[in-house]
Design a protein around this ligand. Structure first.
Ligand code: PMP
Length: 384
């Protein structure tokens, strides 16, 4: 089987698995304990924090370990809204955010906040001007994702962040960086970003662990209360094996960022070119998108049917995003891009990983060609 669903999750690096197993068996102390086992774990925790901070170009004290990006996004969005309630109750986001951001805003809206959901263009992009126009005197938070998980569309988050810092310095800016890290360079300190979410399992680390960067002079309302770990924002005994495993994956992904993204860019261009030559397939990703995601539709064909045909040929792909692929509704992201219902219901996402080669891409294009041929043949048979 060839795995082409890396935007859903990635195969962990062998080194990461090894590290996790070792830490789990040999360093099981609770980092809050005062004895040597506790100190040993506290040291590992601090080292992991420093490694993640270095990869993001931020300070170690600005890293909060969480159970994944869903939690990071919830802490950032709701924590900012609740903390700054006296400053105002207006929030800004986009129509194409991941559900962990989008539904956080929906929940706040139901609780009395006012939310502006920015429309995207046909490529899925918002502009810095749209954000600037939406800001009001009572705006407390703007949240825009770096790379869209369905289409790979890259948002101009650095431009948005710099504009906000210059014109509206009191407005907080959160970026969901899950699909961008290790693929599309972003410098947090130079981009006016106050809050940034990351997930380990999208970068060949373990599942169930992530982080939130919280700029040093930003305070958030803690959604959870407990023992005060992670600066009080994510209390609970720290998952040291996964935190150390994540730090390893973060470092490896950062070190490989340039070479991996250059290589994936070439593979993606070949794949997009191959898809655009297939009759009836419609590309939903734009050429300047992130280097690992290609999204297309086959109008008139149920996405699951094409997915299973590709699976029979040995290729694992995705319909929409993994988080919403079991729902029968059309993709909210494609709808926001103005795509017709037929396109929204027949979407397939192919997401590349650093293990792929040119010949994998050629084989995938051939399998797609075969699947499309089979469908056309079946359609023809039905007509006669
Ligand atoms: N944001 C984006 C853009 C994602 O792709 C995902 C994972 N589908 C998440 C957030 C949630 O990450 P996690 O699985 O770590 O909760």
């Amino acid at each position: 089987m060839k795995y082409f669903d890396n935007a859903a999750t990635t195969p962990p690096y062998k080194e990461v698995i090894h590290t996790i197993t070792e830490v789990m068996s040999a360093h099981y102390g609770n980092p809050s304990s005062l004895h040597r086992y506790g100190e040993d774990s506290a040291r590992l925790l601090q080292k992991a924090r420093e490694v993640c901070a270095e990869a993001l170009g931020v300070h170690a004290g600005e890293i909060v370990f969480t159970s994944g990006a869903t939690e990071s996004n919830n802490i950032a969005v709701k924590g900012a809204a609740l903390q700054w309630i006296t400053r105002g109750k207006h929030l800004i986001t986009t129509m194409t955010e991941h559900p962990s951001v989008f539904e956080s805003f929906k929940q706040l809206e139901r609780q009395g906040w006012e939310v502006t959901y920015l429309e995207v263009d046909a490529a899925g992009e918002v502009t810095e001007e749209q954000v600037a126009q939406a800001v009001r005197t009572d705006t407390v938070l703007v949240s825009v994702m770096h790379v869209n998980n369905e289409t790979g569309c890259v948002q101009p988050v650095a431009e948005i962040g710099r504009m906000l810092k210059k014109k509206y310095p009191r407005v907080l800016f959160h970026v969901d960086g899950v699909q961008g890290f290790g693929k599309v360079p972003l410098y947090l300190k130079e981009s006016g970003i106050d809050l940034y979410s990351l997930s380990a399992h999208k970068i060949r680390g373990p599942k169930g662990i992530g982080l939130l960067y919280v700029r040093e002079d930003v305070s958030l309302f803690p959604l959870l209360t407990g023992g005060g770990q992670e600066g009080g924002l994510r209390p609970g005994t720290e998952n040291i094996p996964y935190i150390v495993g994540m730090a390893k994956a973060v470092r490896m992904a950062k070190e490989a960022e340039k070479t991996v993204s250059e290589r994936l860019k070439l593979l993606r261009a070949t794949l997009m070119e191959g898809i655009s030559r297939l009759p009836e397939l419609k590309l939903n990703s734009v050429p300047e998108g992130a280097p690992h995601i290609v999204h297309f539709s086959y109008p008139g064909m149920k996405a699951e049917a094409l997915l299973h045909m590709l699976e029979e040929e040995g290729f694992l792909v995705s319909t929409k995003s993994a988080c919403s692929s079991r729902k029968a509704e059309p993709s909210r992201v494609l709808q926001a891009m103005g795509k017709l219902p037929d396109i929204c219901l027949s979407g397939i996402r192919i997401s590349l990983g650093d293990e792929h080669t040119e010949s994998d891409i050629q084989d995938l294009i051939a399998a797609l060609n075969k699947a499309v041929g089979r469908v056309r043949h079946l359609k023809g048979e039905n007509l006669t």
